[in-house]
Design a binder for this molecule. Structure first.
Ligand code: ADP
Length: 169
């Protein structure tokens, strides 16, 4: 039984993440999504909200049998605890490469048994990021092309309670 871990901030989950997730499911017997709790990184959604949104998106997209966990601390420790043989990461453009290369080599230094696997996203998601979605959502734009309806709804609720940026004069 080959289990893989797909870690990330997922702040919030997008169709790009879901694309990688679907591809990874075909390669491994079991996939676990790990939502990172990083106190140094400011996120729009809390770790709990992000985990629940991943679960809701999986239900909405009818993707069964994917476990979702939250983790803080070292990724390799989380992978070991869950019995994962690989860490899955998505690549959009060459700009992702430097960071991912460093991340993979560091993880290999920490635990040489856990392999990093990189999957290339579909062309239409190659410019899609959670940051972009948040920026569009903040100004009340339509994010339905980028995220499932449950995420769009949560973004609306989040920004509805936040102060709108001042109008330019
Ligand atoms: P992190 O903060 O760990 O980079 P993200 O949630 O931003 O967390 O990303 C998690 C993983 O998903 C990363 O490997 C990232 O490259 C990948 N990813 C993010 N957006 C996309 C996308 N549009 N297409 C494919 N992979 C993506």
């Amino acid at each position: 039984m080959r289990r893989a871990l797909y870690p990330g901030s997922f702040d919030p989950i997008t169709y790009g993440h879901l694309d990688i997730l679907r591809r990874a499911r075909r390669l491994f017997d079991e996939l676990v999504v790990a939502v990172v709790e990083n106190p140094r990184k400011t996120s729009l959604f809390t770790a709990d909200e992000r985990r629940k949104l991943v679960e809701a998106a999986l239900r909405e997209e009818k993707i069964p049998k994917v476990r979702v966990v939250s983790y803080s601390g070292l990724l390799v420790d989380c992978a070991r605890e869950l019995g994962a043989v690989a860490v899955v990461r998505g690549l959009r453009a060459t700009s992702d490469f430097d960071y991912e290369f460093q991340f993979a080599l560091t993880n290999r230094d920490l635990d040489s048994e856990i392999e990093s696997v990189f999957l290339m996203t579909a062309g239409q998601h190659s410019f899609l990021s959670s940051s972009l979605v948040k920026e569009i959502g903040q100004y009340g734009g339509d994010v339905s092309k980028f995220v499932p309806a449950c995420v769009a709804k949560s973004l609306k609720a989040k920004f509805g309670t936040k102060k709108k940026p001042k109008e330019a004069r």
